[in-house]
Design a binder for this molecule. Sequence first.
Ligand code: SF4
Length: 177
Amino acid sequence: MNRELLEEQLAELPLYIYDFIDPQELEFNGRIRWICEHECPMYGKSWACPPGVGSVESCRGKCLGFENCLMISTIAEVADITDINETLATRPEHEAVTNQVGELMRQLGAEPYILSTEACAICERCAILDGEPCRFPERMHPCVESHGINVVPVLEERGLEFQFGANVVTWISLLFF
Ligand code: SF4
């Protein structure tokens, strides 16, 4: 894939940051999965979340099977970040940008494996609840945390800002290729 061409096109998108990282740099942490299991209401309710995505080890194996990873981030300002509905309302815009970047990469010959935000919301009721396979596996992106990935260390190592104040939401996607 021609990175220069991709970067020219990324510059046209409303990304706050993007960076290419080596998947080996990512931290896969069982503690993140523990939080999914014990604190997230979506656990077991979506193919985009654990345990539907597989074990952290299998997720890690899948991610490390790629040589590269493009990390992208968008930010959105909300009136009150503790208002979960207001915060989540900013998510579709990030998902749309993620899909745009995925499409650009495909046009340049890559076949990205995409991790994005929260649980998949494509179907009103996820097929996993009826014991059926995912209806749109090619469109569905598991969330970053579902794979046990802690992005904070890699952001810190690179000096990338990810907290911008009390009421700014930061969304991150990872596109492995
Ligand atoms: S595409 Fe539908 S079936 Fe697949 S994970 Fe998303 S909501 Fe569930």
